[in-house]
Design a protein around this ligand. Structure first.
Ligand code: NDP
Ligand code: ZN
Length: 358
């Protein structure tokens, strides 16, 4: 029975995917005498936590009830008062938690507080599912850097463009629609200036997945992004351009005037680990790195990759000059290569999608 109610709580949590950042996905279900009397999910940072919604729905019936919650209830004052206190105040009898919160502000303290108040607490019901649900949040909270997904559409021979730089379109429309769904799950999309110059992409969420538009981040050491580029002019989503230290205020002005935010690094290059710390400080919990080859190469070299989404089309492009999915320097020895595990394989239209994780 515990698993059944917890599964429902996990589904509720999952339903808000892509909209709670920098907060975790959390769902809660209140059960009294075998009847569901309340449920809820955390929908957006700054808004009530899942437990608050669920207890509000339960009203008086919360007294003596069992509350299923996918993540340890909070015990600290954030933007909202602690849920552990609310559960105690509502006199619930039992709390079932799927997984503990690695946030050092919570980390076991929520459970401890409930137990001290005499509430029966069970921890670990569907823990694996709950950990998978919030893997981006857990990564972010424990490293203070965003969860990194590398995404590319490639031919069967591993190329992401032809030797002349054409890449529209390698994969089918069905696969491209799936990319928009995946974009939506991330806080920001990252590309190199090479991709901006080659494709002038808009990097927005479309194909019916509109609603939330991730921030567009361009890695552009010398500020070569054209002022007429779509990411500068279309106003469809926030755009940040990351530049080297040598770029002057004068150069930055017209971009800022167009509404673009410039992030200037302390060096004359963009070092990936430093960039990730910078983005973490700006509350970016996850990034979707969409190329091109050189940018993927830099993320690989610094081993800053949590997940790869590869869309593979049954097309052969060939050519020594055509870029492959991951360029840059690469590794010299097999022992240094980044080994991932295949988590998911799917046929989408005429293509294949592979999800691999570290
Ligand atoms: P990238 O988009 O990878 O941009 C590379 C440039 O980004 C560099 O030359 C550099 O320019 C800048 N940059 C800034 N910081 C870094 C960093 N830390 N690491 C690497 N680069 C950095 O360009 P590519 O030329 O490699 O790839 C573009 C090609 O890929 C195009 O033909 C495009 O069509 C294709 N493409 C295909 C995709 C697919 O999925 N099929 C997806 C995306 C692109 P600077 O020194 O001036 O800063
Ligand atoms: Zn809470």
């Amino acid at each position: 029975m515990d698993e059944r109610y917890m599964r429902l709580a996990l589904q509720l949590a999952e339903s808000a995917r892509g909209q709670t950042s920098p907060n975790p996905l959390v769902g809660a279900v209140v059960v009294k005498n075998g009847e569901i009397v309340g449920f809820g999910a955390h929908l957006k940072a700054g808004e009530p936590h899942a437990e608050v919604h669920a207890l509000r729905m339960a009203g008086e019936k919360a007294e003596g009830a069992t509350v299923y919650v996918t993540l340890e209830p909070c015990s600290h004052y954030g933007r909202t008062p602690p849920c552990a206190d609310l559960l105690i105040e509502k006199k619930v009898k039992r709390v079932v938690v799927a997984t503990t919160d690695p946030n050092p502000l919570v980390a076991g303290k929520g459970v401890e507080k409930l137990r001290r108040a005499g509430i029966d607490v069970t921890v670990g019901v569907l823990k694996e599912e709950a950990d998978a649900l919030n893997e981006m949040f857990f990564h972010y909270i424990s490293t203070k850097t965003p969860y990194v997904t590398l995404k590319y559409a490639m031919s069967l021979d591993g190329k992401i463009a032809t030797k002349t730089g054409e890449s529209k379109w390698i994969t089918s429309e069905d696969a491209r629609r799936d990319v928009h769904r995946e974009r939506r799950m991330h806080d920001a999309i990252v590309v190199g200036v090479g991709t901006i110059l080659a494709d002038d992409p808009s990097l927005t969420v479309r194909f019916g997945y509109e609603g939330k538009q991730p921030i567009r981040i361009v890695l552009d050491t010398h500020l070569r992004t054209p002022l007429h580029a779509n990411v500068v002019t279309d106003q469809m989503a926030p755009t940040w351009i990351v530049v080297g230290h040598h770029v002057t205020e004068e150069q930055m002005k017209p971009y800022e005037h167009a509404g673009v935010q410039i992030i200037r690094m302390n060096e004359n290059k963009i070092d990936v680990p430093t960039l990730l710390l910078e983005l973490g400080q700006r509350n970016v919990m996850s990034i979707f790195v969409e190329g091109g080859a050189q940018v993927h190469g830099s993320f690989l070299r610094s081993r800053s990759v949590q997940q790869v989404l590869a869309y593979i089309a049954p097309t052969l492009i060939g050519g020594n000059e055509a870029p492959s999915a991951v360029g840059g320097e690469g590794f010299g020895r097999m022992i240094d290569t980044l080994r991932l595990q295949v988590k998911h394989v799917e046929r989408i239209g005429s293509d294949i999608k592979i999800v691999a994780k570290g």
